[in-house]
Design a protein around this ligand. Structure first.
Ligand SMILES: Cc1cc2nc3c(=O)[nH]c(=O)nc-3n(C[C@H](O)[C@H](O)[C@H](O)COP(=O)(O)OP(=O)(O)OC[C@H]3O[C@@H](n4cnc5c(N)ncnc54)[C@H](O)[C@@H]3O)c2cc1C
Length: 500
């Protein structure tokens, strides 16, 4: 149910995704009135957060930490799982490595050190979590062994997460207006005082003492992504919501906010070549095709172009979409043989998939649409000869089973492609979210171009810059939104309570 807009409230939160709803919940803890403005209609609300699998990357030092977060875990489930640990040090290493040590050290430290407590806070509010049995663990000798530091997901994935947060926000007195697009900020020399909103066809002003921007990146804005990410990015598909068109970033910059971070960078993955231009909630993230470390990728020239086994999927998938976009025709085929087909992730078995299957390599090469078949066949044969078959294959570790003598090596999990049937899947670039955004401080206050906080303005989630550069460790987007959403809501709520 959408609400009529009041002329004033204590705190306004722009957006109704994970970051926004965490901000709204945190602000409400301070006894202030909170209004969430969501541009989307209710049936499309929840931003990119709704499209996710709900995976959260968080610190845990052992199974006791996981049991505290997931009290539903049974002894039997614990006995059949090797959860390992994911320590602060490991999280720091991962963030440092994948961002090439450019991540803002202060913000990164907060993201990591508050990850565990923020998850517990969400659970206390009423969000339920479970282990990611399906996608982040392989069953070895009857035990699920988790790898890659990504162990926890929200019940019901992204839709379950957004539904839970929305329900809890309402229970905590937060008002949510759908179809309410924030257009601009009302500001003067003393800071930000409110928001101009288009709601039910009318532009109105809503005043507030604290405004939290959590309206996502600019990935759904073709013009902005071409301007900032560069040529060809207008041709990428958008994996998630069509509503994240950079409004929050633009509004803040209009009142003097400092742009920061990797404005030419984005999270982008291999995504079904024939997927629609924007995300489809009925398919969710299943257009992604993330089992490429088990096979090889071939472009229109019939050539490999990237080390498919450079690292675990969690540390390469977010940058390989951009690599695929830069291939001729902006596509690639992922090729597998029968040895690994049973190990492909569930997303390979959906109805809406662009796939070919063949009994011989010749037949397969000829079936790859828009590909130089002769070169593709030769590429597969050369690759097969280069595989270090003497090194044992083990998908749970970086097994070092690579290739020898190829100009583009495959560093791990190299298996020959020689056992029929063969399958290939066509992918293009699916853009997830943009990395550049607003500069915030450790209290989630938006910083202006003079380096000073803008009174009354806070930000969290995708539209914050400076945290991700070049790449991204899987499951960090939701964690980032939750940690800084909570901080932004707290700071905004405290401010509103003080100046009442
Ligand atoms: C297919 C897919 C799968 C993913 N899987 C994962 C995963 O498993 N784990 C993970 O950590 N991350 C994942 N991500 C990334 C993750 O979705 C984002 O990092 C995270 O959800 C961003 O949260 P947010 O709250 O900042 O933005 P969003 O959830 O996108 O919310 C932004 C909100 O702002 C609203 N909005 C936009 N403009 C306006 C305006 N002018 N006025 C009012 N409202 C406005 C939007 O409608 C939306 O509700 C995935 C993303 C996609 C697309």
């Amino acid at each position: 149910m959408s609400e009529m807009l009041p002329s004033s409230t204590d705190v306004i939160v722009v957006g109704a995704g994970n970051a926004a709803l965490c901000a709204a919940l945190a602000a409400a803890e301070h006894g202030v009135s909170v209004l969430v403005l969501e541009r989307a209609p209710e049936n499309e609300a929840g931003g990119n957060s709704r499209f996710t699998a709900g995976a959260f990357r968080c610190v845990y030092n052992g199974v006791d930490d996981l049991r505290a977060l997931m009290p539903d875990l049974t002894d039997d489930e614990v006995a059949k799982s090797d959860f390992g640990t994911y320590t602060e040090e490991e999280f720091f290493d991962d963030m440092g490595r994948v961002t090439e040590y450019r991540t803002d050290p202060e913000l990164c430290e907060i993201l990591i050190r508050r990850s565990k407590e923020t998850m517990l806070w969400m659970r206390d509010k009423g969000v339920r979590f479970m282990p990611i049995w399906g996608r982040q663990a392989y069953k070895i000798d009857g035990k699920f062994k988790f790898w890659g530091g990504l162990t926890v997901e929200a019940w019901g994935g992204g839709p379950g997460l957004v539904d839970a947060l929305t329900r809890v926000a309402r229970t905590n007195g937060v008002a949510i207006a759908y179809g309410a697009r924030a257009l601009s900020l009302i500001a003067d020399d003393d800071g930000v005082k409110g928001v101009r909103v288009k709601h039910s066809g009318k532009t109105v002003e809503v005043r507030a003492k604290g405004i939290v921007l959590a309206a996502g990146g600019f990935q759904a804005n073709t013009e902005m992504r071409t301007r900032y990410l560069g040529p060809l990015w207008e041709l990428a598909k958008v994996r998630g919501t069509r509503f994240n068109t950079g409004d929050g970033i633009r509004m803040a910059i209009e009142v003097g906010a400092m742009p920061t971070g990797n404005w030419s960078g984005a999270h982008a993955v291999g995504w079904d070549r024939n997927a629609p231009e924007f995300g489809d909630l009925s398919v969710g993230d299943n257009f992604q095709k993330h089992s490429y470390p088990l096979g090889i990728m071939i472009n229109a020239n019939g050539e490999r172009f990237v080390d498919e086994g450079a690292d675990f999927r969690n540390y390469t998938y977010a940058k390989y979409g951009g690599v695929i976009l830069m291939q001729p025709g902006q596509f690639a085929w992922q090729v597998f043989d029968n040895k690994v087909i049973p190990m492909l992730r569930d997303e390979y078995r959906i109805k809406q998939v662009t796939k070919v299957r063949a009994e011989t390599l010749e037949e397969l090469a000829n079936a790859l649409d828009d590909v130089n078949a002769a070169t593709a066949l030769e590429t597969i044969k050369i690759y097969n000869r280069a595989v270090m078959s003497e090194v044992p294959f083990n998908p749970n570790v970086k097994d070092g089973r690579g290739t020898r003598g190829l100009s583009i090596p495959k560093s791990n999990w190299a298996n020959t492609i020689d056992q029929p049937p063969f399958e290939a899947y066509a992918v293009t670039c699916g853009l997830t979210f943009t990395f550049g955004g607003l500069k915030i401080d450790t209290s989630a206050r938006v910083i202006d171009t003079d380096g000073v906080p803008i009174p009354g303005l806070f930000a969290a989630g995708e539209l914050v810059g400076g945290i991700f550069y070049f790449n991204y460790p899987g499951g960090t987007g939701l964690m980032n939104g939750a940690v800084f959403g909570r901080i932004a809501g707290t700071t905004a709520g405290q401010r509103a309570a003080q100046i009442r």
